[in-house]
Design a protein around this ligand. Structure first.
Ligand SMILES: [Zn+2]
Length: 388
């Protein structure tokens, strides 16, 4: 694909170079110029700045056809860290990653009551002390929750106020993000997905969300509401949804809907939280209980209808299934989705549509939160507007 070369290397060019080095693992300056479409002088300037900033380093050499060995460039992993907090109903999952997306620390602790900003600030101090991470190497904190969105002033906890209070108290940049969107960026970053790939993730938790990464940047939509996969309707005259639509896939395939379906099918369902009741059904399904399998498989079938529409609408090349709901029975969902895409993905004859399971589905949003911090730090200007 031909790219337009800009005469001045802006933040978008720096983000582009970081992203190509990250996904390539190691790469020469010549290859970088070929892959990015930037001129050799631009590449030289950007690489010099990135080495000076400690973001990338030279590592070994590759043989050149014309004799002179070419130095290879790679991301400097252990230099700096991003911290992500994933808020659950009763716990907070705390994750630290290095610049390559590798997890260097993880803790899950009970979390309830009190002033949210105070509690998060204390947790931050304890977490980096537990890991013995030097504070001056921390690039920031991102907090993710189902209700959180960047710029949200008036829903759920007042996220803008929480963010402002944390920024002042901690002295590092603080971001707030929706859990499904963060999980998508985390999967994109840690899997070293190339920015040329149209990438999506499906996040099954209390609701159903999706995250979309185009050109290496999260796609957010006009009001940070992109990715509401749960409210894609799969039936014109289906079940009414609190959102106002009918037939939303969340009414058929959310964890709560699956627990209800299991109960209706006569399966023993304990009256605990939706999460624990769902996990018990998922465990039974993968352990050979045919009734439990049928319930999960049906939910997977409903979800696959909505995800196939998403793939067709956006011409995605890769989809990752993630979130707590995929932790136990993800293989059942993946099998259903692969079958649905093999039969109904419009672009299936033109390119492969890869379906993968997250390696860490329960922690994906926390890892993604930390990846948001890393991306904002080493590749600033990495917004859709800069890239496209
Ligand atoms: Zn709905």
């Amino acid at each position: 694909m031909a790219r337009r070369e800009t005469s001045v290397a802006g933040p978008g060019s720096r983000a582009l170079v970081v992203d190509v080095v990250r996904s390539a693992v190691s790469i020469s300056r010549v290859e970088l110029a070929e892959r990015t479409g930037l001129t050799q002088p631009s590449i030289s300037n950007i690489v010099r700045d990135l080495i000076a900033d400690g973001v990338i380093h030279e590592t070994g050499s590759a043989d050149s056809i014309r004799g002179k060995p070419r130095k290879l460039l790679a991301i400097t992993a252990a230099n700096r860290f991003g911290i992500g907090f994933q808020l659950g109903p009763e716990t907070v999952t705390c994750v630290a990653i290095d610049l390559t997306g590798g997890v260097v620390g993880r803790e899950v602790v009970p979390f309830d009551g009190g002033d949210l900003a105070d509690r998060l600030a204390e947790r931050f101090d304890d977490f980096i002390a537990d890991l013995d991470l030097p504070r001056d190497r921390i690039e920031g904190l991102a907090v993710v929750a189902p209700t959180a969105r960047p710029g949200d002033e008036d829903t759920g906890p007042a996220w803008a106020a929480v963010r402002a209070a944390l920024t002042e108290r901690l002295g590092v940049p603080v971001l707030v993000e929706n859990d499904a969107a963060a999980a998508a960026l985390g999967e994109f970053w840690s899997r070293r997905v190339s920015r040329e790939q149209a990438f999506g993730s499906v996040y099954l938790s209390s609701g159903i969300g999706a995250g979309l990464v185009f050109g290496g940047a999260l796609h957010r939509g006009a009001s940070f509401d992109a990715g509401e996969l749960g409210h894609v309707s799969i039936a014109y005259d289906g079940l009414p949804c609190p959102c106002g639509n009918r037939g939303c896939v969340e009414r058929y395939a959310s964890m709560a809907a699956t627990v209800d379906a299991a109960r209706a099918a006569g399966l023993p369902v304990e009256q605990k939280t939706v999460f624990s009741a769902y996990d018990a059904i998922a465990h039974a399904a993968v352990s050979g209980d045919p009734d439990a399998f049928a319930v999960i498989d049906r939910a997977a079938g409903y979800l696959s209808v909505a995800v196939t529409s998403m793939v067709n609408l956006l011409d995605l090349g890769r989809v990752v299934l993630t979130g707590p709901g995929m932790a136990v029975a993800g293989s059942i969902y993946a099998r259903r989705l692969r079958a649905a895409l093999a039969a109904g993905a419009h672009a299936r004859h033109r390119h492969e549509i890869v379906v993968e399971l997250s390696a860490q589905p329960r922690d994906a949003a926390g890892i993604g939160a930390a990846a948001l911090v890393v991306q904002a730090s080493i590749a600033p200007g990495h917004t859709a507007a800069d890239v496209l």
